[in-house]
Design a protein around this ligand. Structure first.
Ligand SMILES: CC(C)(COP(=O)(O)OP(=O)(O)OC[C@H]1O[C@@H](n2cnc3c(N)ncnc32)[C@H](O)[C@@H]1OP(=O)(O)O)[C@@H](O)C(=O)NCCC(=O)NCCS
Length: 414
């Protein structure tokens, strides 16, 4: 094997981006303005490549991210992205070399977990990642909602909905998102580049369609909710409007505001269907509508994958459903998260420490990642054979401890 795995230099960055495109089956080379914009927001010390004969043949990058955990604390995460191996160089261990080095460095930097959105289910379990949240796609049959679109009224809660443009969103969105994301386990932060790319102010390599942005303001003018959507203009042969709204993102600081935004979208003139992807699997969306059956869950899949890098800090950062003690024996082939730990949850917070006490539960790093944000339950993982109860009653205790009232959700792709 001749390819050299190392970080990428500034002069190699355009070729590195070209290799990312190749790996994602996009034959177009990146435009110079995209290369310049992406370079400005990239930490080259965490931008890995494999180089063969002067050509980039594998790519991988990581960056610092904040992940909200149950209870509202945020932990430092190593966000992994742009993972590709050029088809001619697959199966030579290039991904394994890049990810092993990066996860080791992330652990040394003090990052608590690593995070990614997996293109394919089978890739990352072997590296200690577990599926940690799910995503859901919904379709709303607008005429069935029971909403009277001729009588759209402002939200009953006293706030108002306004349409704003991308420049205004860049001003108001970041502060709103920072207030929202700590309310939602599984949510991540958005950097300045995210707001520029998602408002069309920066070239990203993907064609940009200007969306609408509807904000919900409290009576005092504070942004409490945000819906970003596009509309596909469609009319049928009988000159009847059949427009479809695609919701790119909808987040709100309370269910009342969330409901008001959904009803606003379902009350737009000419619209017969509202579709929404990347929603939470336990979204309340149907119940905001007079007829909940107007909203259909049309697809669901795993979304965020989490790999615990520091078991003690990860388990201490989140809150638990009840007070209690549990001894976890974590098995991790890479040796990163492994050890036997006693977790103690009290009304004042949780503590976790290495222990020599007998284990209550034995689980792998992947199962720990799946439990961490509250998406999976110990009982389900035991049924699947990836978690073992070593002491009678331990599974029920773990169930009560790890229980979270709502499921985790990450609305963002990275
Ligand atoms: C996914 C990808 C990077 C893997 O490249 P690769 O050259 O096979 O990587 P490696 O040789 O280092 O393989 C690492 C391990 O992952 C496994 N693997 C690779 N691709 C896999 C897949 N699609 N499904 C399941 N396992 C996979 C390999 O078998 C190997 O396992 P082993 O070490 O236990 O034997 C490459 O196939 C690719 O670029 N795919 C298209 C883009 C993509 O899906 N990227 C992931 C974005 S999240």
């Amino acid at each position: 094997m001749s390819a050299e795995v190392r970080t990428t230099t500034e002069t190699e960055f355009a070729d590195w981006l070209r290799a990312v495109n190749t790996g994602f089956l996009n034959s177009a080379p990146p435009k110079p303005e995209e290369v310049a914009a992406r370079l400005a927001g990239t930490d080259l010390r965490r931008t890995w490549g494999a180089f063969d004969g002067g050509r980039c043949v594998a790519t991988y990058r990581s960056f610092s991210q904040e992940l909200t955990v149950p209870g509202g604390a945020v932990v430092a995460a190593d966000a992994v992205s742009a993972v590709t191996v050029t088809p001619s160089h697959r199966g030579q261990g290039l991904l394994r070399r890049m990810i092993t080095t990066d996860l080791g460095e992330a652990r040394d930097r003090g990052e608590v977990v690593a995070n990614l959105v997996a293109a394919e289910y089978g890739i990352y379990g072997r590296f200690g990642f577990g599926r940690a949240s799910r995503t859901a796609r919904w379709t709303i049959d607008v005429p069935r909602t029971g909403l009277d679109r001729r009588r759209w009224t402002p939200p009953e809660e006293g706030g108002r909905i306004e349409l704003i443009d991308g420049a205004e969103l860049r001003k108001e969105g970041p502060e709103f998102h920072d207030r929202w994301r700590v309310l939602q386990p599984g949510a991540i932060d958005r950097d300045e580049r995210w707001w520029r790319v998602n408002t069309g102010a920066e070239e990203s390599g993907t064609p940009f369609t200007e969306p609408f942005h509807a904000v919900y303001r409290s009576p005092e003018g504070r942004v409490e909710g945000l819906a970003t959507y596009t509309v596909e203009g469609k009319w049928n042969d009988g000159k009847q409007p059949a427009n479809i709204v695609s919701v790119r993102r909808l987040t709100a600081t309370s269910p009342a505001v969330e409901g008001a935004l959904w009803r606003f979208l379902c009350s737009l003139d000419w619209v017969v269907e509202v579709t929404a992807g990347q929603r939470s699997p336990d979204d309340l969306l149907p119940y905001y509508l007079p007829d909940p059956r107007a909203a259909r869950l049309v697809g669901t899949a795993d979304y965020l994958w989490v790999r615990v890098l520091d078991t003690v800090r990860a388990l201490e950062a989140r809150t638990y459903g009840v007070p209690g003690t549990l001894v976890l024996d974590v098995r991790d082939d890479a040796g990163v998260a492994s050890g036997r730990y006693v977790l103690e949850s009290t009304p004042d917070g949780a503590s976790c420490a290495p222990t020599s006490r007998a284990a209550d539960l034995v689980l792998g790093a992947g199962a720990l990642g799946s439990l961490y944000l509250g998406d999976e339950t110990p009982t389900r993982l035991a049924a699947l054979g990836v978690l073992t109860e070593e002491r009678p009653g331990a599974l029920a205790r773990a169930e009560a401890l790890f229980h979270t009232p709502r499921r985790p959700w990450c609305p963002d792709m990275f």
